[in-house]
Design a protein around this ligand. Sequence first.
Ligand SMILES: [Zn+2]
Length: 331
Amino acid sequence: MKRRLSHRYEAAIHAAVEARGRHNMSDVAGRHTNLKKHGRELVGLCPFHSERSPSFQVNDAKGTYHCFGCGRSGDAITFLIEKEGMRFTEATEYLLGDSLPVISDEERVRRKEADAREAAERIALARSIWAASVPAAGTPAEVYARSRGITMDLPPSVRFVMTPRYRNTDTGEVGRDYPAMACALVDVDGKLVGVQCIFLADGGRRKYERTRQDGSKAKAKLTFGILTGAAFRIGPRSDSIMVCEGPEDALTLRQETGRTVWAACGTANLSQVVYPPWVKAVCIAGDNGDAGHSAVKKSIEWVEVGGRSATTAFPLEAFKDFNDQLRGIRK
Ligand SMILES: [Zn+2]
């Protein structure tokens, strides 16, 4: 049983990786919008929302798309799921079929090597941030956790760091250091591949906030290294775990249920986390609201593709997420 489970899961992941790299993202998206070359990317009108000037970008080298208007982003598989309503396995099979032009073997090898180089650089950056971090006790990271109703001892996967928000990977230029709660992101083997930083202000009493000149809000949470497939983990190894979207909810669920809890640290990653063979059952803990429910729905399918049992949990109706429920903050 153990062998079959992990074999099926590995086969599904292998098929997905193969399917993602098989075509140009522009050929997949190009069936729904006209794309024009613009520097290293292709741009066009967004197929997900109605607009007059193009804010939809496709990067063929990376096999990804992103819309600056509505925020949709992903790869060939998520595009087919979200635009054409396919299920995960249907999208994989479609891409493995011969409906679209296929990239040459040489080009795929070249892209794979470029990807591997870029991934190695990003992991090295995440490890250098983690190496510069200190235990959370007595730091603004602890102040922040307490302000969110977390009274338990913080797990070793949470630390405090002073690190730049701005980094230009092309020029090597970095901005000044800011205080942050650092959450470790580990891959399927438990190796550190990323760090999610929750930037803090006022000695940790609140999250970093800044409105840019164009009126947009700077993000309090930035992820360095690799997020896709990785997870922030709290608690011992267990065959039955909970998974949720953010670190605050993960700390809340760990404290309130005593179970092993993982956070995907991003909505899209909730249906991309790679589970090791020893995880047999996953309880997906979502946010209330449409976005939360749709993220959970995709995640159920992803868990079940791996031959695992999936259950769900939501906060009480009156609250947006589990941390708001803990603190009694109603919608
Ligand atoms: Zn859009």
